[in-house]
Ligand binder design. Sequence first.
Ligand code: NDP
Ligand code: MG
Length: 377
Amino acid sequence: MEKKIAILGSTGSIGTSTLKIARHLKLEVVALAAKSNIELLEAQAKEFHPKLIAVFDPNKAFELQKRLPHIQVLAGMDGLQSVASFSEANFCMLAMSGSSGLLPAISAIEAGKEIGLANKEILVCAGELISSLAKKKGVQLLPVDSEHSALFQCLKGEKSDSVRRLILTASGGPFREKSMEELKLVTLEHALAHPNWKMGPKVTIDSSTLMNKGLEMIEARWLFDIDPSLIEAVIHPQSRVHSFVEFIDGSMMAQISEPDMLLPIQYALTYPDRKEGLLAPYDFLKNSTLTFFPPDKEKFRCLYLATEAMKAGGSYPCFLNAANEVLVDRFISGKISWLEIGTKLEKLISSHEVQNLLTLEAILEVDGLARKKASEV
Ligand code: NDP
Ligand code: MG
């Protein structure tokens, strides 16, 4: 069936790459949503002619409606949820950043849309709820995160009891070789300069602390319904192997390509088929050395904390995720140092009283509590 796409977060890094693939594959884009960047939304609307747009910021939504009188423009969370469940779409790309994408994600799944999942924080804060809802609605969650797309491709046609381990690769970020002394001095500019990937600010900072890999381990736990004890991370600075699956007979499967999000985005959009892509043929001679190291969980405290939260379960991942979002914001706005993201998070988590997270209300409450505590610590 031809995919008709709604994109939440169309103005971001994943959103604009999704539109590049839509242009390449000539897919119909029926709805767009973003937070406030109406200049880019307007340009996107003029090219792709969506039938519905949502802008989270109500003043900006009002302004965009004036500029695009022939397209319906909605505002706020209700608007995002309308885009997510828009009747003319059959595929919803979840490409917002952070747990604010949770309610639209639920709307899209409730409406039975096929899901392209980039917004990993959704599965970190509400993995059990989202995966059981998707199962109930018969909705496929197609991974867009490169590691998960790799695992998904390696696992195709395999039985879950054949899997021994999932091994996620991590570039190690810009600070892989820095000493503890040097880490005290890192600046925002350093942290935003990722060696291999060009991404939005939140995920780039998470990559520098290795929190991104921790969030991805939790994401993998729910996407592939696998026991946390079977998920590992390895540092692989070249970012060519996007992850491995080890099977019980000892066979390892890996997916390899240039580090470019166009590939996993396109795979989600063409799944279960493959179509001619935009990447040049892979050059082995240019990429002849691939290396692997264990991550340093002392220097990269966030990875350690996320791994522990994944194993402990309950409300820990939700609390960790929301607290991390606030601490990353505080680092970006110059209020705390890079190392304090980890030290403050550790302090917050050690005082968290774990809860069961079976309902949306409980999830939103823990998320809100973590945000409040992380803004004060
Ligand atoms: P960006 O920061 O580049 O883009 C975020 C997008 O979400 C923008 O369109 C932004 O709109 C929108 N947005 C943010 N908050 C809201 C809100 N409250 N309401 C409506 N829209 C909102 O992020 P990325 O594209 O880099 O990342 C998106 C997700 O994909 C993240 O979860 C990230 O971890 C994941 N991911 C990203 C990768 C990458 O290469 N970029 C790789 C793998 C995963 P506006 O522009 O108006 O602010
Ligand atoms: Mg990733």
